[in-house]
Design a protein around this ligand. Structure first.
Ligand code: NDP
Length: 228
């Protein structure tokens, strides 16, 4: 049985990913900030191998405790899914720089901290993979207005994952950022193009088939390569 660890697994895409991997027979380690309030995730535990753990990805103590809890357990796939978006995202005249820092901490730095903290567990897998949920909004090819904090945070995490891919290559760890599509979640909104289930199914297929040759490249939920 393979093991996946998913951050932000209590709602939205993270919850759909937890469900997809669990239904496919994987062991799921599901991180969320408030396990006591994660009712949908808790309900999913019935009949599935889902272990819920407290994980605020911006809290180094939570990450260290998680790594300690895992001990020597092999980890096949790490999905850095947790993410936040600018509240005031189209107005350059009122940028909240504190919020921008918080967005960087969550979207850009936390995936690196998570990847480094869990590297030894990943190395115990025969096919270790890190999938970081980024966004096409961070692509340097997309030149649209607004959401400066979110866009730069996703551009930064793309570069960070490329750097990790190079550094982790000698350990056989595949590292990719992905665009999950425009997904109907609290973040994506009700008009979004695809359901969390559709996105999760695509990401599951992509993660299942990832290999070293695909490392350090930017992918989409549909399995196609995305321009940086
Ligand atoms: P949601 O806003 O629906 O869910 C976000 C999830 O991230 C929640 O579980 C939330 O937990 C968690 N989270 C936020 N901050 C932290 C933190 N510090 N520690 C742990 N968990 C945290 O968003 P989506 O499900 O739509 O987004 C998932 C990922 O997909 C994000 O990285 C997002 O940027 C990306 N994405 C989404 C798109 C879309 O169209 N929806 C498009 C492109 C990318 P809590 O409930 O505690 O707040």
């Amino acid at each position: 049985m393979e093991t996946v660890l998913i951050s932000g697994a209590n709602r939205g895409l993270g919850l759909a990913l937890a469900q997809k991997f669990a239904e496919a027979g994987w062991k799921v380690i599901a991180g969320c900030r408030n396990p006591a309030q994660a009712t949908a995730l808790t309900a999913l535990q019935e009949g599935h191998d889902i272990q819920i753990c407290k994980l605020d990805v911006t809290n180094p103590d939570d990450i260290a405790a998680l790594a300690q809890q895992l001990g020597d357990e092999p980890l096949d796939v790490l999905i850095n899914n947790a993410g936040i978006l600018d509240a005031n995202r189209n107005d350059l005249s009122s940028i909240d720089y504190d919020e921008w820092q918080a967005i960087f901490a969550t979207n850009s730095m936390a995936p690196v901290r998570m990847s480094l903290a869990l590297k030894d567990n990943l190395k115990r897998s025969p096919n270790p993979r890190i999938v970081t949920v980024s966004s096409e909004m961070g692509s340097l090819n997309q030149n649209l207005e607004g959401a400066i904090a979110y866009r730069t945070s996703k551009a930064a995490v793309n570069k960070a994952m490329q750097v990790l891919a190079t550094n982790f290559a000698s350990d056989g760890i595949t590292v990719v950022p992905i665009h999950p599509g425009w997904v109907r979640t609290d973040m994506g909104g009700p008009q979004a193009a695809i359901s969390p289930k559709e996105s999760a199914e695509g990401i599951f297929l992509l993660a299942s088939g990832l290999n070293n040759e695909m490392s350090g490249r930017f992918w989409t939920w549909a399995g196609t390569e995305h321009p940086w």
